[in-house]
Design a protein around this ligand. Structure first.
Ligand code: ARG
Length: 448
């Protein structure tokens, strides 16, 4: 029973939040005349000692005392006697644990937001340095059209920006206080829930006592936001793995983020990227795990809900580690512009530019231009040439309306430079987008 019942092995992680909740509760009890000033003072002093001991690693946790709440209360009783027994007036572990966990998740959201902002800063800096670096853009992982490396990196800045806003949404809904809901029905004591809510930085007390002790939406929303965020981490990690592979060599990662092989001396494996990609499984698992725990629970609290913590802790740790790794690799990676440019010219990546030229310069309807370009591409393939290597006679043999100035649009540089539509890949756009991204994500109320 002790083994299945105890949560102290993991819930000691939010001892600081538990102590903060107890302080707020005790102060409110004193202010409401429910607890004497002396008892309130004794409780506060005792909690100071406990907090110091836990931080110093000298606190003795007991499995028999089940969880963090009872461990702290029991020690408090040893330290300050009867006053400790009065602390639990008008409170239950049900509203206590809900409060502690919300506070913990809120802190975690703030830490993740800072990490995401740091990652965005690293991406924006690289994007700035590579605003004009041409690389192949892919669809289906087949060469599609040339893009700039800076533009590609800024795509991730947007993704991580949405993640930050998802976490911020979750934080706003999370920020209501369950404290004072009691076991499930409220309390007969004249408590002031607004006071404890505000002391703990919550916007307001939760409106319904049953909901307050049985809701874990905040943990689910945290995991859902983490799951989407880790999807983005994984996609970026996958790109890093591809980019540093022998078939690509678009980037090089230093020894700081790679490992050697025990057998093959030449190897430099992108383990940090692979592990960041793999952490996703744990985060998805945590989300599905907790959804499954919650789905059949009648109101209000059931002990099943003790199983809410470990998945959230593990997901938070996994995400934090993966974010740190990919932020580090973003700064560490060295782009290889020559390889990128060479690859960008392959696969007739400027075929769309030829079709667009026919539309613009010769008034050909796009659908016809598409067909003509297809024929030019076939001819180039037949001659094992790029589009730019074909002669004007070759081109005119396909369609007489093609003139020599078409060659101006067939280089990869001309191609990217022409993509000046809003949100497009042109180097000038990327430079403007870098400035805009700095303003949106790295300064002002969102950032710092
Ligand atoms: N350790 C418990 C948990 O994590 C605290 C709440 C216990 N409540 C109860 N009624 N047994 O959920």
């Amino acid at each position: 029973m002790e083994r299945i019942n105890a949560s102290i092995g993991f819930d000691q992680r939010f001892f600081a939040q538990d102590i903060a909740g107890s302080r707020a509760h005790a102060r409110m009890l004193v202010e409401q005349g429910i607890l004497s000033t002396e008892d309130g003072q004794a409780i506060n002093d005792g909690l100071d000692t406990i907090s110091r001991d836990i931080e110093a690693g000298t606190f003795e946790f007991s499995v028999a005392l089940e969880d963090i709440h009872m461990n702290i209360e029991s020690r408090l009783r040893e330290l300050v006697g009867d006053a400790a027994g009065r602390l639990h007036t008008a409170r239950s572990r049900n509203d206590q644990v809900a409060t502690d966990f919300r506070l913990w998740v809120r802190d975690e959201i703030d830490a993740i937001d800072a990490q995401l902002q740091g990652l965005q800063a690293a991406l924006i800096e690289k994007a700035d340095a590579h605003a004009g670096t041409v690389m192949p853009g892919f669809t289906h992982l087949q060469t599609a059209q040339p893009v700039t490396f800076g533009h590609h990196l800024l795509a991730y800045v947007e993704m991580f920006g949405r993640d930050r806003s998802r976490f911020a949404d979750a934080r706003a809904r999370l920020n209501e206080s369950p404290l004072g809901a009691g076991a499930l029905a409220g309390t007969s004591f004249p408590i002031d829930r607004a006071a404890t809510a505000s002391a703990l930085g919550f916007d307001r007390p939760m409106a319904n006592s049953l909901d307050a002790v049985s809701d874990r939406d905040f943990a689910l929303e945290f995991l859902a936001a983490a799951a989407i965020c880790t999807t983005h981490v994984s996609r970026f990690a996958e790109e890093l793995v591809i980019w540093c592979s022998d078939g690509f060599r678009f980037i090089a990662l230093s020894d700081a983020y790679t490992t050697g092989s025990s057998m093959m001396p030449q190897k430099r494996n992108p383990d940090a990227a692979e592990l960041s990609r793999a952490k996703t499984g744990r985060v998805y698992g945590a989300l599905i795990g907790l959804l499954t725990v919650m789905k059949g629970l009648p109101l209000a609290y059931s002990k099943d809900m003790q199983e809410d913590k470990e998945p959230v802790f593990d997901a938070a740790d996994s995400l934090a580690l993966a974010l740190a790794a990919i932020a580090g690799m973003t700064t560490d990676m060295q782009a290889q512009p020559e390889n990128m440019r060479l690859a960008a010219g392959k696969g007739h990546s400027t075929a769309t530019d030829l079709a667009d030229w026919l539309v613009r310069a010769a008034g050909v309807p796009f659908r016809d231009a598409h067909a003509i370009t297809g024929a030019v591409v076939a001819l180039a393939d037949q001659k094992s040439m790029t589009l730019a290597e074909l002669s004007i006679e070759d081109m005119q043999g396909v369609d007489a309306r093609i003139s020599a100035d078409v060659f101006e649009v067939l280089t990869v540089e001309a191609s990217v430079a022409s993509r000046t539509s809003f949100g497009g890949t042109a180097p000038d756009n990327v430079r403007a987008a870098v400035a805009e991204a700095r303003r949106r994500f790295l300064t002002g109320p969102e950032g710092d």
